[in-house]
Write a protein that binds this ligand. Structure first.
Ligand code: TUI
Length: 307
């Protein structure tokens, strides 16, 4: 299936993998790219040296294009931005901030840049700054989120900019894919569904939580401090929300979440770990390979879109 995004990124299908911290490492990124989508290495809070290793390992597994997601709150974001240029990465996505100060060097290196935006205002600012596409991510997403829903954000961003828009948040099958196209998107980004891919190294306990989740099993923590994070309800979210309601200071809440994503992904701690996942987790029932997922989504979507 050809869209402006498949041509821009040099991929077979307009499906981009979310740049999930700890989750989006080289096995997953390579598998998504090999399956014809765009695999992404999530730099998350990792050091630049780790990101370089991940890029090199991905290159050993695939000759197809892949990208790196820079989580802009990472203290080593400046170094990571340089590593991306040095390693000749084809595509960069960004999250949790404004990537403005890196754009000149990335564009000079010929890298395609697609920041995640959660508002029309940031989408317009990014277009003016010269990015190639924007990822409009709705509040249905897992992890750090904005306030607008995918259904409302995507068409408003599509109307506001002249660059291609990638829809994200609450998309996990061919119906969601087709709906995103109807809203004017040129591709979709999926996170939660790829967490349970067979090639994903995420701990089995975390995967089981996503596979067992129901529609209303996620909570948003951190709203009062301006860092809303969607994750599956567990002991950790109950504690966090209780403290947050009682007016606990940011530092105390931060302490609770320190290293908690690693606990969930690596150790399989589903009690005190942060089980980031989107609202669509309730629909995800089966562990499949990335190729099986992408083929299933495209077959379903092509039928719906009558291509
Ligand atoms: O970035 C994400 N999702 C994430 S990042 C992340 S790492 C983390 N780990 C533990 C605790 C908290 C975070 C987990 N999930 N999605 C992309 C995204 N970007 N969503 C919202 C935004 C965003 C928000 C504000 C992008 C730009 C922005 O603008 C701020 C500005 O500076 O203008």
């Amino acid at each position: 299936m050809k869209t402006i995004i498949t041509e821009l990124f040099g991929i077979d299908y307009p499906i981009i993998q979310g740049g999930m911290a700890w989750v989006a490492e080289y096995h997953l990124a390579a598998a998504v790219s090999e399956a014809g989508g765009l695999g992404i290495i999530g730099a998350g809070g990792a050091p630049a040296s780790f990101v370089r290793e991940q890029i090199q390992k991905t290159k050993e597994l695939t000759n197809k294009p892949f990208g790196v997601n820079v989580m802009l709150m990472n203290p080593e974001a400046d170094e990571i931005a340089k590593v991306i240029v040095e390693e000749g990465v084809q595509v960069v996505t960004t999250g949790a901030g404004n990537p403005g100060k890196y754009l000149a060097s990335w564009k000079e290196a010929g890298i395609k840049v697609a920041p995640v935006v959660a508002s029309v205002a940031l989408a317009k600012m990014m277009e003016r700054a010269g990015v190639d596409a924007v990822i409009a991510e709705g509040t249905e997403s897992g992890g750090h989120i904005g306030a607008a829903t995918t259904m409302t954000l995507v068409p408003q961003v599509v109307d506001a900019v002249n660059i291609p828009v990638i829809a994200a948040g609450g998309i996990a099958d061919g119906r969601g894919f087709a709906a995103a196209m109807m809203l004017g998107a040129e591709a979709v980004q999926m996170g939660t569904r790829f967490v349970v891919a067979k090639e994903s190294i995420v701990h089995e306990n975390y995967k089981k939580k996503i596979l067992a989740a129901k529609d209303i099993d996620s909570e948003v923590t951190g709203t009062t401090h301006g860092h809303p994070v969607r994750q599956i309800r567990n002991n950790m979210t109950r504690e966090y929300l209780k403290l947050e309601k009682a007016g606990a200071p940011f530092e105390e809440l931060e302490h609770l979440t320190l290293g908690a994503l690693r606990k969930a992904v690596v150790d399989g701690d589903t009690v005190n770990g942060t089980l980031m996942a989107g609202q669509i987790a309730g629909m995800i029932r089966e562990e499949m390979t990335c190729a099986e997922m992408i083929q299933e989504i495209m077959t379903q979507a092509e039928k719906l879109l009558k291509i």
